[in-house]
Design a protein around this ligand. Sequence first.
Ligand SMILES: *Cc1c(COP(=O)(O)O)cnc(C)c1O
Length: 363
Amino acid sequence: MSYDATALQKLATGEPAASTTFERDVEGTYSRGFMYSRNDNPNRKALEEGVSALEGGAAAAAFGSGMAAAMGLLAALAPGDHVLAHVDAYYGTSRLLRDLFLRWKLEVDFADMSDLPAMKKALRPNTKLVWMETPSNPLLKIVDLAAVAKIAHEAGAVCVCDNTWAPIIQRPFDVGVDFILHSTTKYFGGHCDVLGGIIVAKCDDEFFHGVRSIQYSGGAVPSPFDCWLILRGMKTLPWRMRAHCENATKVAEFLAQNRNVERVHYPGLQSHPGYDIAKQQMSMFGGMLSFEAKGGQEAAMAMAAKTKIFTRATSLGGVESLIEHRASIEGPGTTSPESLLRCSIGLEHPDDLIEDLDQALTL
Ligand SMILES: *Cc1c(COP(=O)(O)O)cnc(C)c1O
């Protein structure tokens, strides 16, 4: 269960091939393989091949953002199809399902997929897609990928794992998942300077051809330069992930001991309810964690206000550590506890991060 290192060595980032159009042969054919950049582009092709090889997939379709990738996958379903999604999925995913796809006649339900009997009960005869995310956002719940994939397949559905929080360290295709989604805005890009998303398919099947066709007909595609930036980020992805994970483990252990902290959500802590499954399906526990402050929302906001190294900002996966009060960014309908702060642990020295939190938590 490890990633394909040769996939990284083969990444040919070259120059960003910024052209929107490509020359035809005199006979009118396109023997160079490219015609028009909405359909395909050398940088996008290199990115798709690179991410697909890294995840052990058969093919991939890159989009202009993680949500555009999610739209590409969902729009490949048909009206009347039922989607069962994890209750603690990324807020933007639930919003997209509720606000847009219900109107377009998908049927949608949410279930806690860390509770297998509850998940099984929520399946319907027309369930076509099961949407997992693990570790989830922002409570870092762990979903048993192998178990949910098996249940989904038995019900005649396919399943997708939003693997944004765990590239390199979690291999959904190895445990039966059919599609992987990444917001490449996060760890793949790695420097908070590019938006992107990608759907990777385990099999280059008819359903995936539907996604591919939405990609180039719909046109929510990344620019060649954006693909180039994500490819460049990918070269250091395994090494950055290792450091994010090591730092996050140290910060989580510190927080678990702090008297101003009510609860820490990090799957690498033995006290985490998903620890055993996380240990089975992840090689490290990720760079994301959240914690609940003693003293509720007011205390949480005051702590976030006092940090000096952590920047108060949303998003994740970059070099810099970020902290955010999730409930207020998600707004009405949030399931995030009011006392919760979510941290993206960056690549700073862990002692500096701990020192910063230590002073910020002392109100
Ligand atoms: C950020 C994020 C997304 C959305 O990706 P964008 O690139 O912001 O559109 C989806 N899923 C998860 C888990 C994310 O963290």
